[in-house]
Design a protein around this ligand. Sequence first.
Ligand SMILES: Nc1ncnc2c1ncn2[C@@H]1O[C@H](COP(=O)(O)OP(=O)(O)OP(=O)(O)O)[C@@H](O)[C@H]1O
Length: 381
Amino acid sequence: MAQLNPYKPPVLGDKPLLQLKQLRRSYGHQAVVKDLDLQVSQGQFLALLGPSGCGKTTTLRMVAGFEQPDAGSIHLDGVVLANATHSVPAEQRGMGMVFQSYALWPHMTVGDNVGYALKLRGVKGQDYGRAIEQALAQVELAEKRDAMPHELSGGQKQRVALARCIAAEPRVILLDEPLANLDRHLRHTMEDAFRRLHRQSGATLIYVTHDQAEAMALADEVAVMHQGQLVQRGTPQQIYRQPRTPWLARFIGQGSVLKAEACGALANMARTEGQCIADSALLHQAIRWALPDSRKAQRQILVRPEHVRVLEPSPHADGPAPDSLAACVVDCVFKGERYQLMLRLAHAAEPHLMVFSHKPHAIGALVGVVIEQAWTLVSGA
Ligand SMILES: Nc1ncnc2c1ncn2[C@@H]1O[C@H](COP(=O)(O)OP(=O)(O)OP(=O)(O)O)[C@@H](O)[C@H]1O
């Protein structure tokens, strides 16, 4: 008999449900996934984020059982699902997968699409009907049970695909860019649907995306991949506020990576990565001193636009205020709620700084800026 309510309330387990250990996969001579270690707890919503081609889908396909690792292993609840010599078939892994293309059967009603896996398992009668009803209710499509797929919008089709996955009672739901085919408005609606589903069901989800805004909005943790490797993993807030490397700092959110010289009172910056520096005078001095030909120790720092204040030029002053950095406006773009400015910093090794402003600024205007805080990065990474 089918278990009609497969999911428990969202409780994150201490022990990982899914473990990827030193996972490797190559195609020909190209190593696509390199010694990847990743753990997912019961009830967790993990986003696997990275630029196109970084190996996210290959990783997900190895977890699903569509690809076999060359080395390393995948474990579910302590049981080996796959390694280089052994692979549990995809249909025996207890995984559900939702793809970019909804892959619904066009000749079946929404209800029959959702119940397809149950029927294969021999579920019939009231149990079958109730399971479909519950799965469709979770994605708020109960009223579409008798509709045909071609009568649905893209977002509705994707919700049916999700309901079909839920109805099959998987232990882990794997989602491969499920919103990639939808327009911006629908994507936001669907993000709400995913969040609600996770909150209400406590399902364990791994969500592959190259869209950082989507990953941040949805997941309780984000694992960022680059060139087949895990770069950093943490809550969306940690990934945004505390990126380790210049690459990640540029990939997530908006911001400028500047060089800062570390000497004298700034010596700590030479040694310390992963530190928030909230001393404007110190930061300005470090940025001014980091000249391109400097042989002194330098550190790269991340400056987010929300941490930069643009000073109004005083009509009487010849130059910028003494406690600010001098800059020239090279670009000003209207973004609806604010303007995004690109500034060229005078006397800095890395000349460009992105900032926000509530007012437009003329290209070529001279302004002063105050950098209120910055984050130190691993240099050279
Ligand atoms: N079956 C295959 N045969 C050969 N190369 C492959 C195969 N599948 C993937 N690749 C290559 O492996 C690399 C990683 O692909 P993968 O699909 O895992 O990346 P991704 O991060 O999911 O990218 P995207 O976001 O564009 O889907 C790419 O360079 C891709 O061309």
